[in-house]
Ligand binder design. Sequence first.
Ligand code: FAD
Ligand code: DHB
Length: 389
Amino acid sequence: MKTQVAMIGGRPSGLLLGQLLLKPGIDTVVLERKTKDRVLGRIRAGVLERGLVALMEQAGCATRLHAEGILHDGAMISYGDTMFRVDFTEHTGHPVIVYGQTEVTRDLFDAHEQAGGATVFNVEDVAIHGADTDAPHVCYTVDGVPQRLQCDFIAGCDGFHGVSRQAIPLNVRREYEKVYPFGWLGILSQTPPVHHELIYANSPRGFALCSMRNDSLSRYYIQCSLSDKPGYWTDAAFWQELKRRIPADMAERLITGPSIEKSIAPLRSFVTEPMRWQRLFLCGDAAHIVPPTGAKGLNTAASDVHYLYNALRDYYENGSPAGIDGYSEQALARVWKAERFSWWFSSLMHRYPDQSPFDLKMQIAELEFLRTNAAAQRAMAENYVGLPY
Ligand code: FAD
Ligand code: DHB
């Protein structure tokens, strides 16, 4: 098989880039390791920045997002029983949209299928060859049958555990990492959200987040130990722990019910540099991970897609390599700002095993400052709604 751009990974980064490139007629093939159902089975992000929404519009996939997504003009932050609101729209002129990553992925799959885009599921043994030559290709197997895909460029959109990043030689690649000493236990439940806006809660028992997908579907998270397993937590234990971490008036009105999904995510900050090696480009979680606090992961993947899409388009339509030559530097400049925000917000909201009484006082002082200072709230709001591309 032959294509212009081979995409490894068929979740949001790969699908969005593939769908965008189809529009101006750039030929792509998306290779995905899992089945479509398994890709759609993972519950992840819920908060979309306007940059991602604009890309979905450009890709012709935003109809359902606009119909079903919920505009959020602000979010609540609590510590103990003190709760305050940061108004995003007042400070920045922009809201965020609550719409699940699963739905973004479903919309992209549907549009890609309708547009005749090529997606190959269930691929195994994916290997990148010749990314530093004029004849790059990707080898893989489907149902045990070896395949070879020749291409001009390879977009590594295969997440943190993918093969693309490993294809960049060690003497070229530089990695930066911080692993946090806790995880997030998340549940999805068919219950109305406790509050109409998200609540990020700092409590002596650890962090909690009250989020949602719609009026009758809630998403809640609590900070948990890295040694926990979802099965250790009964629904009753989860609800009891959540209630202890959010302000008392919110706990009183929380409506509980059976969980329909329960999973644990570890927290990590990670960046690999450069994001381009010859004819291979890294995009999204393949190149960087943020802790989920502040909802920057998927949104940062989207800004990579924006830069790479424009670079490839410029190359194919105008013969200009300037965009692809500048991709890594341009993408990384924004990535590091999202890393900083997610690290800061995580540090502010979680309990760390080695936190001293002084460290705790600093957290509370910073929360007090944020509660009472308009400039601090504005800085937070600018980052939360997404820095401009
Ligand atoms: P992935 O979603 O990791 O997709 C990579 C794909 O590549 C997968 O489908 C995988 O099967 C495939 N793949 C891997 N290896 C291979 C291979 N060798 N061959 C072929 N295919 C391969 N982000 C936000 O912006 N907002 C939020 O609110 C938010 N909340 C989150 C909550 C949680 C609990 C978690 C865990 C994450 C959250 N994120 C959030 C982060 C967000 O989900 C990720 O940043 C996003 O999924 C990245 O998309 P991606 O396409 O780059 O990578
Ligand atoms: C969600 C996840 C986040 O990490 C976040 O900061 C906000 C919302 C969510 O899954 O709804």
